[in-house]
Design a protein around this ligand. Structure first.
Ligand code: SF4
Length: 455
């Protein structure tokens, strides 16, 4: 997220995105495929609603007692051999991680996919301190190579077509152009192998953290998570506070819900549970493990009316079904988090003054609520933020007067009819004046109100 607090310009970015047919095709293909797979994956799971209720209440239990769970996790992770650091904000997390690496003379790190390191813009910070960091998740590898940020929390390169990736690899890796996914993956594997073997540290996030044992849980598909956590001698895990769940007993419910919601898989290819450092006689694992627990506003959110957003387990299903996200993609949100959950989290983390334009980036159709495996009430939270946006005076003068006029007209049928007739009559003139602007995309208003036509 940007340190310079300019107002996010979702609207202008969306207009540009809407005129990009390649982007729309790539988004449509990827979200349609994932949505179909998700529906099929859940079709064989009985009592979906009961499972969602259970997952939701486990998450709420932690959020309502967040400080106690953080203490318990920290204590048990330390007992298991990890060194736990608490970071109040992004700046302190970056400094802690940078210092650990600098103290040990680390010049190269490999990273597994982690949205929290995107949130704190870790790569830029490491680069400034002379440390090169290599993303090893294929999607992250592609966006890093393109100099972009991820546009989806589980599919970072969802906005790119195979052909675009083929051209990118050919340009940056000097390989022959191909758009064959297997060949492209193999190019990435070859390029990354030497980085794995020469990196002095591995950095990951965590899907969950178990308070009872102080363990970290990672769900991955490409095997890169295991390499990052076991090949280099030093492992740094960065996680936000709300990733904690009580114990291993609660993990199976999330194992059932998260991969199905994210990619339509019954389970991810790899599930790693990391408890402390490598013990005597163990064949793999880091010799030194640091866990950076990042607050960055979470404690405040946990104490607010928006606390239910912290139930989110980052499956991305709400993005895949969102009609707004599906048309414009994640880069329009200009934030680490996009789609319905991204609207809520970005405004809460970054502040209304910076991110108020995102409050309008939803149709409030409720598709996101239907698919959310932990029942985050996204429509309720977005509506609440919209109310706050109006209360705090963020809509423009034009929006305010438009809403005022609409409110008056809808309470007075004669006024409404007159307004509609005038708009319908003047529309061709307005269109001529506005040219190819936004007006050209709005359907022409009818001169006669619907209720009169229906009569
Ligand atoms: S809000 Fe729900 S659907 Fe959206 S990413 Fe989070 S858990 Fe998944």
């Amino acid at each position: 997220m940007s340190h310079v607090k300019t107002v996010l310009n979702f609207r202008n970015r969306s207009i540009t995105a809407l005129s990009d047919p390649t982007l729309r095709k790539a988004l449509r293909k990827a979200t349609d495929t994932t949505n179909t797979k998700r529906i099929e994956a859940f079709a064989v799971v009985p009592n979906f609603q009961i499972r969602r209720d259970m997952a939701s209440s486990i998450r709420m239990e932690v959020i309502e007692n967040l400080a106690a769970y953080v203490d318990k996790f920290s204590l048990n992770a330390t007992k298991a051999g990890a060194i736990v650091h608490r970071a109040h904000d992004a700046e302190s997390a970056r400094t802690i991680i940078g210092d650990i690496l600098m103290d040990r003379g680390v010049q190269k790190v490999v990273k597994a996919k982690s949205m929290i390191t995107e949130e704190i813009e870790l790569n830029i910070h490491l680069e400034r301190r002379g440390i090169r960091s290599f993303e090893t998740d294929l999607g992250e590898y592609i966006v890093q190579m393109a100099g972009e940020r991820p546009s989806h929390i589980t599919a970072p390169a969802i906005h790119k077509s195979r052909q675009q990736i083929g051209r990118l690899f050919s340009e940056k890796l000097g390989v022959d152009y191909t758009d064959d996914p297997e060949a492209l993956t193999s190019f990435a594997q070859k390029a990354l192998r030497k980085e794995f073997l020469t990196a002095q540290a591995g950095i990951t996030g965590a899907n969950f953290a178990l308070a009872e044992s102080g363990s970290l849980v990672l769900f991955t598909n490409e095997g890169n998570g295991r390499m990052v956590t076991t090949v280099p001698p030093l492992h740094i895990a960065v996680m936000s506070l709300e990733k904690i769940i009580p114990s291993l007993v609660q993990l199976p419910i999330f194992l059932e819900l998260l991969p199905r919601s994210a990619t339509g898989q019954p389970i991810t290819s790899y599930v790693s549970i990391i408890s402390g450092t490598r013990k005597c006689g163990e064949v793999s694992g880091a010799e030194e493990l640091h866990i950076v627990l990042l607050d960055n506003g979470r404690s405040k959110i946990a104490a607010s009316d928006y606390r239910e957003i912290l139930k989110c387990i980052r499956c991305g299903a709400c993005m895949n079904v969102c009609p707004v996200y599906g048309l414009v993609g994640g880069h329009c949100y200009d934030s680490t988090y996009a789609g319905p959950m991204g609207i809520v989290l970005t405004i809460l983390l970054e502040g209304m003054e910076h991110a108020h334009t995102l409050a309008d980036a939803s149709t409030l159709c409720g598709a996101c609520v239907e698919v959310c495996p932990v029942q985050v009430p996204l429509v309720k939270l977005i509506s609440k933020l919209r109310e706050r946006k109006v209360r705090e005076n963020f809509p423009t003068a034009l929006e305010r007067s438009g809403m005022l006029a609409f409110g008056l007209a809808s309470e007075t049928p004669i006024l409404y009819g007159l307004g509609q007739w005038s708009l319908g009559t003047l529309w061709p003139v307005l269109e001529r004046v506005a040219g190819q602007g936004p007006l050209a995309r709005i359907p022409k208003p009818h001169q006669v109100p619907l209720r009169r036509r229906l009569k």
